[in-house]
Structure formats: C-alpha cells, structure tokens
Design a binder for this molecule. Structure first.
Ligand code: HEC
Ligand code: HEC
Length: 196
C-alpha cells in the first residue's frame, strides 16, 4: 500500500497542478463534474480514499464537509494540499459537494485492521465517550465527522494533530478528548473506528 501511494502521489498532484495552471478563469468556470473529478483524484472517485493520509469523504455528514470547506477557504483550517481547490469555491458549490459525498457509501480502506488494537479501542471508546458526539455507530452528525470506516493512517494522523495542537482551527471540544492519550491508545482507537 505504501509503495502504491508513493508512486501515485506525485502523479495526482501533477494532474491537479496542471488543471489549475490553466488559469483562474478556468478554475472559476469549472463545472461541478470537473470539480468532482479533481476532488476524486485525491479523495477517491467514489469518495473512498486509496491514498495514504488522505481522508475518505464518502458518508460524511453534509454539514461537516461544508463546514470544513468553509474553514479551509477562510484560511482557518490550513491545508497546503487543499488550498488551490477551495479558494474559488462558492458557498453553493461547497453545499453541492458536501451533499454529493454524504450520499456515497463508505467502504473502508484496504489497510489491515490489527484485531488486538481494535479490541483495546473498543474498551477506550466508552471511557472517552466518543459516541456522545460521533454517535454510537461512529457515523458522525452535524459538525462531527464520521470516523467509522475512515482510513486508519488518517485517523491516527488527525487525532495526533488535535492532541499536539497542530490542527489549525481545531474544535477545542475534540482537542480536550485526546489530550494526554498515548500514541498506542490513539492507534487502538483508529483500528477500532476503521473496523466499524
Ligand atoms: C491534491 C490532493 C487533494 C485534492 C485535489 C483535494 N483534496 Fe481535500 N484533502 C487533501 C488532504 C491531504 C486532506 C487532509 C489534510 C490533513 O488534515 O492532513 C484533505 C482534507 C479534506 C477535507 C477534510 C476532511 C476531514 O475528514 O477532515 C475535506 C472536506 C476535503 N478535503 C474536501 C475536498 C474537496 C471537496 C475537494 C475538491 C474541491 C478536495 N478536497 C480536493 C487533499 C486533496
Ligand atoms: C465533545 C464532542 C466530541 C467527543 C467526545 C469526541 N469528538 Fe472527535 N470530534 C469532535 C468534533 C466537533 C470534531 C471536528 C473537529 C473540528 O472541526 O476541528 C471531531 C473530529 C474528530 C476526528 C477528525 C476526523 C476527521 O475526519 O478530520 C477524529 C479522528 C475524531 N474526532 C475521533 C474521536 C474519537 C476516537 C473520540 C473518542 C476518543 C472522539 N473523537 C470524541 C467532537 C468530539
């Protein structure tokens, strides 16, 4: 999987760059289908990401995606890889993209779930009350993302960013949950959530 991601990534970024070097006019007039293709080059055509550390969007609550795109466009959540793709987005386009991804079925990635870690994660979830915000099935709601069937590597990466205060514009409700949680326990939570 790692080798796959490494060989694919420069290609994907190259394609995206080529699209945008065609100029601002092109970017502004991109059709919805063209935008979807572009998003899909990183997040997966069906919204299920096959690339390391890039989140799946399939089945994400509509409001979560709209909200994150808004935060990115306004420069509150800073993601270098995403910056060129959000700066031209109008509010209606964000809503349409979010509505599209909310309807797609989440499939999970092909990363191997470690059963021992997943078992430990199952114990931690009630202790840390993840379900009170992300729902008992971890499918998310409102501004709270789906974590069930998300990529394991991205779950670990994102929880570390909250814990270590590295996610710009992070919701402090989430930061408070993972402060002081060890790397091993974050991995356990990720393996459990991905396998739901
Ligand atoms: C060049 C690759 C690339 C392209 C193209 C791209 N994204 Fe992203 N996107 C990323 C990466 C990488 C992240 C995660 C960054 C992080 O938090 O580390 C991300 C994060 C996101 C998130 C936040 C998801 C979450 O679970 O936190 C949303 C929503 C999103 N992208 C939507 C889109 C949409 C819609 C498009 C098309 C308009 C798009 N992206 C195009 C790379 C890309
Ligand atoms: C008090 C409510 C609350 C609780 C409890 C909570 N979360 Fe969250 N979580 C959030 C919110 C809100 C966000 C979105 C944060 C943002 O927009 O910056 C989030 C984001 C996340 C993300 C980032 C996913 C992405 O796609 O970017 C992960 C992973 C996550 N939570 C996992 C967990 C786990 C695992 C637990 C239990 C250990 C947990 N959360 C408990 C509210 C909560």
């Amino acid at each position: 999987m790692e080798a796959f991601a490494i060989t694919l990534r420069p290609l994907v970024f190259g394609l995206a760059a080529a699209f945008f070097s065609a100029g601002a006019v092109r970017a502004q007039t991109a059709s919805f289908e063209e935008r979807l293709q572009l998003c899909g080059s990183c997040h997966g055509e069906d919204g299920n990401s096959r690339l390391e550390n890039i989140p799946s969007l399939a089945g994400q609550p509509e409001f979560f995606v709209t909200n994150q795109l808004f935060l990115m466009r306004e420069g509150v959540r800073k993601i270098e890889a995403m910056a060129p793709f959000v700066k031209e987005l109008k509010d209606e386009e964000m809503q349409a993209l979010a509505a599209h991804y909310a309807k797609l079925p989440p499939k999970g990635s092909d990363e191997a779930v470690d059963q021992a870690l997943a078992k430990r994660g199952a114990e931690l979830v009630p202790q840390l009350r993840c379900a009170s915000c992300h729902r008992p099935d971890l499918a998310g709601q409102e501004q709270m993302p789906r974590v069930a069937k998300q990529r394991i590597d991205y779950l670990i990466h994102s929880m570390k960013e909250f814990r270590d205060n590295k996610r710009s514009g992070a919701d402090t409700a989430m930061t408070a949950v993972v402060i002081g949680v060890s790397d091993a326990d974050l991995a356990a939570l990720a393996h459990y959530a991905a396998s739901r």
